[in-house]
Ligand binder design. Structure first.
Ligand SMILES: Nc1ncnc2c1ncn2[C@@H]1O[C@H](COP(=O)(O)OP(=O)(O)OP(=O)(O)O)[C@@H](O)[C@H]1O
Ligand SMILES: [Mg+2]
Length: 394
């Protein structure tokens, strides 16, 4: 069909360099004539039916080759004949591109059908971006469409979820005509595109708003940022530091326990108890040193009272949650036993209906008490972590 060796020799004499936001720069010492060029490559005629696209970089070449190969079984793309690291030999696409065509012809409904059909093919063959500029779409003599320059349809993370480039490239009038056709031909698809178009418009408006606000608020923020500072009030600072250490300790401890294969819920309570105890000791130490036992209890500060109240509320909440989980567990256990035909019914609160049930509840309570003791042993808090606490306060 064509002399591959000759092609390789020619390509070796064409040097293509990509530039930022500009068409490629080309040094051509081969006898081939240029058909056209863009930002990724330059295209040369090899035979009356075959051209070669020479790329500035290998990734673009691999991408375009991959995208073209996805569509080789359809009639929409140029046939590919040969691939090198920086070039692809493919069928020359004749006809008139959609940009030129629409300069003299209207966008008929049957052309809109072809365009929607093209998008469906894009989707079917696995393109991530189902979108194309009108100048890369060619109308053939028989009225069918062909598409070139498909590298940007694949290997993408973010794409517009509707054919934005195609719509915008049509220009305002033809965009409206095309959307009217879509509304008539595929109303649900039209609604979806409209939704994305509106979301985009809204995002643009919000962006403008944010940018304007930005300018006016910068000075206010500069002047008022001191309101967020926390270290000036020493008492408050201690409370905050305490909170920080608590959070870090808890997070690290849970991580350690998960790594050891222990259920983190089992140790949460033990951690809080341990921490409260340490806090109490610290407060007492702070208030009276070694002979604190001989002194009357110190009046709590406002912050401490607030913290105490918060801790109590937290404990109550946890207790309630524990009870709820216990009830769920009991109900589930009972359901499982019911399935085996052994258990007695359980009411909504998890209380068993007869004496046998009560005995079992007692057993469950005992089990939970035992578990709690086990938990404290498991956590190892009493033994191993007072040094961590001391470090934390240092
Ligand atoms: N298979 C083909 N048949 C005929 N002409 C082609 C073919 N491929 C490319 N061309 C011509 O070469 C020009 C540049 O090709 P193409 O658009 O693929 O380059 P590109 O660098 O990838 O462009 P872009 O910057 O848009 O990515 C096209 O506009 C077209 O005129
Ligand atoms: Mg391209």
């Amino acid at each position: 069909m064509f002399d591959e060796k000759f092609l390789e020799q020619c390509v070796a004499k064409i040097k293509v360099t990509t530039l930022e936001n500009e068409d490629v720069e080309v040094v051509n010492e081969s006898p081939l004539e240029m058909l056209g060029k863009g930002r990724q490559g330059a295209v040369y005629t090899v035979t009356p039916d075959i051209c070669v696209k020479v790329f500035g970089n290998q990734e673009d070449c691999d991408r375009e080759y991959y995208a073209l190969s996805l569509g080789q079984h359809t009639d929409l793309f140029p046939k590919v004949y040969h691939k090198g690291p920086l070039h692809i030999a493919m069928e020359i696409i004749r006809g008139v591109d959609l940009r030129e065509y629409l300069q003299s012809q209207p966008l008929s409904k049957s052309l809109s059908v072809k365009l929607i059909d093209m998008l469906i093919t894009f989707k079917e063959i696995g393109y991530e971006r189902i979108d194309h500029h009108k100048r890369q779409i060619y109308l053939q003599k028989d009225g069918s469409l062909k598409v070139i320059d498909v590298a940007r349809t694949v290997w993408r993370d973010r794409v517009y979820p509707y054919p934005r480039k195609l719509l915008n490239s049509l220009g305002q009038d033809n965009k409206e005509v095309f959307l009217t056709h879509v509304q008539e031909l595929a109303p649900t698809l039209y609604q979806e595109w409209l939704h994305y178009i509106r979301m985009e418009e809204l995002s643009q408006e919000i962006y403008q708003l944010i940018m304007e606000e930005d300018a006016s608020k910068t000075e206010t923020v500069k002047a008022m940022s001191h309101k967020l500072l926390t270290r000036e009030d020493e008492e408050r600072y201690v409370v905050l530091m305490y909170g920080l250490m608590h959070k870090v300790f808890k997070e690290q401890w849970i991580r350690t326990m998960i790594a050891k294969g222990v259920d983190p819920n089992e140790i949460l309570e033990a951690i809080d108890e341990y921490w409260d105890e340490q806090k109490r000791e610290f407060k007492e130490l702070e208030a009276g040193g070694g002979d604190r036992k001989n002194q009357p209890p110190r009046e709590l500060t406002k912050e401490e009272k607030k913290e105490q109240l918060r801790q109590e509320k937290l404990r109550a909440k946890k207790e309630k949650e524990k009870q709820r989980l216990e009830r769920i567990r009991a109900r589930r256990e009972n359901r499982e036993k019911n399935k085996k035909g052994k258990a007695q019914p359980v009411d909504k609160k998890g209380k068993k209906a007869d004496k046998q049930g009560k005995d079992k509840n007692k057993k469950a309570e005992k089990k939970s008490k035992d578990n709690k003791e086990k938990k404290q042993n498991k956590s190892g808090l009493k033994k191993g972590y007072s040094s961590w606490w001391t470090f934390g306060l240092a």
